[in-house]
Design a protein around this ligand. Structure first.
Ligand code: COI
Length: 359
């Protein structure tokens, strides 16, 4: 693997106080960059001072959205050790997303090393307070200057990182979500399983309407029947009805969430009944009315986020008395415990900083 060239900033900034951290507003001193040119492949890995790019106004990503990203986190444990959570899985997902958008594959070892090296350079930015972390955003954009619609012949892969607190202003308090039958996020056969800019653009209009009605997020229903749960856009959705945990299957329209996978692994390990199957909104509403429903979202940014209220067709359904459910809390405590090193990592999900690949 080519060595990463490192140029350190001459003007290091002061990281903000941990208790002022929100999500995605502050970035560190450095960024990682890697270019692709047809005939040359991916080349010139480097870490440089964080700063703006210059892009030609005809650059194709600005017109046709050929772009993908991912999101993962580094945690400063109670023992002072910094741990990257599920690094290899996120690196694989960068390429899976890229595949949908005709973006040439990047050596997964280079993706892992780009992230490890950048976090090492900016490690003083990893916050200390429980609930905070360093959010890592690997991104690929198409950079060719042209207005014809075809895959670009050049790309930029870059990684930026920044200290974050909770994604939702509610923190670990239950959020309200609105199931909409009016708009759709993605359909099977489309790009719903890719972490691509367009999926998030598609979610904005519906989300604005939901927010005007007092909801935090939209619960997207399937694009064909407008009946089956898909995902929330910023997180996958899970629920417990009676003694069974349910989550929508990876049907091509939803993101294969890595926190979703961690949670399913834990639940199966704990011996719970788990099904990945289509879940109709009617089934969920019946369980909400019967008081047998617990619901939560899973995501890197959102972690485990309890759902306290569900809106649908003008009605509001309170879930679990609007409180965080017992299983939701247990999942949160376990995932967070592994991330911060207070619980053993028997699944090998964390990579301590300082461990190079193969080392
Ligand atoms: C994440 O959980 O990392 C996400 O990418 C969700 C969102 C902030 C876009």
């Amino acid at each position: 693997m080519t060595e990463i060239a490192i140029t350190r900033t001459a003007n290091p900034k002061t990281p903000p106080a941990d208790d002022t951290l929100a999500f995605g507003k502050v970035f560190t001193d450095h960024m990682f960059l890697l270019n692709y040119d047809e005939g040359k492949g991916w080349h010139s890995p480097r870490i440089e001072p964080y700063g703006p790019f210059t892009l030609d106004p005809a650059c194709c990503v600005l017109h046709y959205g050929q772009a993908i990203f991912d999101g993962l986190k580094a945690f400063r444990g109670v023992d002072g050790q910094i741990r990257l959570f599920r690094l290899a899985d996120h690196a694989r997902r960068v390429n899976r997303s890229g595949h949908f958008l005709c973006i040439p594959e990047i050596d997964p070892a280079m993706i892992e090393e780009s992230i490890r090296a950048l976090v090492e350079v900016d490690q003083r930015w990893v916050p200390h307070k429980p609930g905070t972390s360093l959010y890592i955003r690997p991104t690929v954009i198409a950079t060719e200057t042209f207005l014809g619609v075809h895959p670009s012949h050049s790309y930029l892969y870059y990684v930026i990182v920044g200290p974050v607190g909770a994604y939702y202003k509610e923190g670990m308090n239950p959020v309200r979500i609105l199931a909409t039958e009016k708009y759709v996020r993605a359909v099977q056969g489309g790009m719903g399983a890719a972490k691509t800019a367009g999926n998030y653009a598609a979610s904005l209009f519906g989300a604005e309407e939901a927010q005007k009605q007092g909801y935090t997020q939209v619960l997207w229903l399937d694009g064909v029947h407008h009946k089956y749960l898909d995902e929330v856009g910023t997180m996958n959705i899970m629920l417990k009805i009676g003694d069974e945990v349910l989550t929508p299957p990876l049907n091509g329209a939803i993101l294969a969430g890595i926190t979703r996978d961690s949670v399913l692994t834990l639940l199966r390990d704990w011996g719970l009944k788990v099904a990945e199957r289509p879940i109709s909104i009617d089934e969920v509403l019946d369980a909400a009315k019967a008081g047998t429903l617990e619901m939560w979202g899973t995501g890197t940014a959102a972690v485990i986020s309890p759902v306290g209220e569900l809106g649908y067709k003008g009605e509001r359904y309170v879930i679990n008395g609007g409180k965080t459910g017992e299983l939701t809390q247990k999942l949160y405590d376990t995932i967070v415990g592994i991330q911060y090193g207070t619980l053993p990592d028997k699944y090998g999900w964390t990579r301590p900083l300082g461990n190079r690949l193969g080392g």
